[in-house]
Design a protein around this ligand. Structure first.
Ligand code: GYE
Length: 365
């Protein structure tokens, strides 16, 4: 299978370099190399090594489940799954093992953006295509991976900040009254970088007060610990911006344990919680008004990654970057939509949906 893919890759690389040199348009080299069984139909399984970040959050669990159920033997795959427990060195070891096992494809959900050049070069030299899922990699040569599929974390952050501005404006709150505690995700991960930037741009633009900014590692335990210390330090926090649902769960526990209430009435001491991921438990908190705004981050990348592999198996060129469409959910309908610019510098208007039990029941994760 890999041999077939390699010759296809080389053929398309030849086409590319021909095109780059302004050479002839003859690209018939790629077609014949791509003929094969496709997925599921043949007797040979496609071997895929998947290096997963860990199991730090509900989002991650849903993501793992999506990958495992897609890349099953019934669907024509042999999946080698590795949980890196949030450590890059474990991911590097896993990738080296995949190379040694001569897998057909490597999928990587990278913990942070940097530090991948060497090991991805090794995969490239071994002729194994790499699909990056979820977070991004920051590499010196984009050729080191074949394709990326995931979320636009910067757009997510901007959506949340624009929602806060619109909500505060509608409620008649002055920007100078907004006192934010910011719980960040794993430092250096795309989800943290984008969501942090979105908030910081909002602070710059609208003039809210940022009281404290600390890392909660995307986990409930750390989110709770960080919130506890912030509450001890500041008695005037009225907005908590959590970079994922699990941090929000921990923060809510800490707020309630301190004898305070979460909600929308910040003039009477309530603390308004904003979160990301829209996991089932996160949206349940939205329904109860514990989280007021939750920006979606869709974890169901399995079928999307499979589509890429099917296309590669068929000898087709695949997109380098694929961003997934995502929604915004809120406890109430004070804000109907927000305008925000995505990572590709395109401005768009995004609806804010007031969450109902019916919507929650109909969701896939
Ligand atoms: O938001 C968080 C998880 O990278 C988008 O990682 C992902 C993030 C997600 O731990 O819950």
């Amino acid at each position: 299978m890999k041999k077939r893919f390699l010759s296809m890759l080389m053929a398309s690389a030849m086409c590319l370099s021909l095109a780059a040199c302004g050479g002839g348009a003859n690209n018939d080299g790629g077609g014949s190399a791509a003929s094969g069984s496709g997925t599921g139909g043949g007797d040979e399984l496609i071997t895929v090594g998947f290096s997963q970040v860990g199991a730090e959050s509900d989002w991650r669990t849903a993501n793992t489940e999506s990958m495992k159920s897609t890349f099953s033997e019934e669907n024509g795959y042999k999946l080698i799954f590795d949980d890196a427990q949030q450590k890059q060195e474990n991911q590097i070891t896993a990738i080296r093992n995949f190379i040694q096992q001569d897998v057909d494809y490597i999928m990587l959900a990278p913990v942070t953006e940097t530090g991948w050049d060497t090991v991805l070069q090794e995969a490239y030299d071994a002729g194994i295509p790499v699909i990056i899922v979820d977070r991004m990699v920051d590499v010196s040569d984009e050729e080191l991976y074949t394709s990326w599929i995931g979320t636009d974390a910067l757009l997510e952050g901007r959506k949340a900040a624009e929602w806060l501005n619109a909500y505060a404006t509608a409620k008649g709150w002055d920007a100078s009254e907004i006192n934010i505690a910011h719980i960040q995700g794993t430092m250096g991960s795309t989800a943290q970088i984008g969501r942090t930037q979105g908030l910081e741009e909002g602070i710059e633009k609208y003039g809210w007060n940022l009281l404290s900014q600390q890392c909660g590692e995307f986990t409930q335990a750390k989110g709770q610990e960080v919130m506890e210390s912030m509450l001890k330090q500041y008695d005037n926090i009225n907005v908590v911006y959590c970079e994922n649902d699990n941090e929000a769960f921990g923060a809510i526990d800490a707020i309630e344990a301190a004898g305070k209430k979460v909600g929308t009435d910040i003039k009477n001491g309530e603390i308004l919680v904003i979160s990301f991921d829209t996991t089932n438990a996160g949206l349940t908190d939205v329904l109860e008004g514990k989280i007021v705004c939750n920006v979606e981050c869709n974890p169901l990348h399995g079928p999307r990654a499979e589509e890429l592999i099917k296309a590669m198996e068929a000898g087709e060129e695949v997109e380098k970057l694929t961003y997934v469409d995502e929604e915004i959910f809120a406890y109430d309908d004070t804000v109907k939509s927000v305008t925000a610019t995505n990572s590709l510098d395109k401005e768009g208007e995004y609806a804010v949906t007031k969450l109902t039990q019916e919507i929650l029941d109909g969701r896939a994760y």
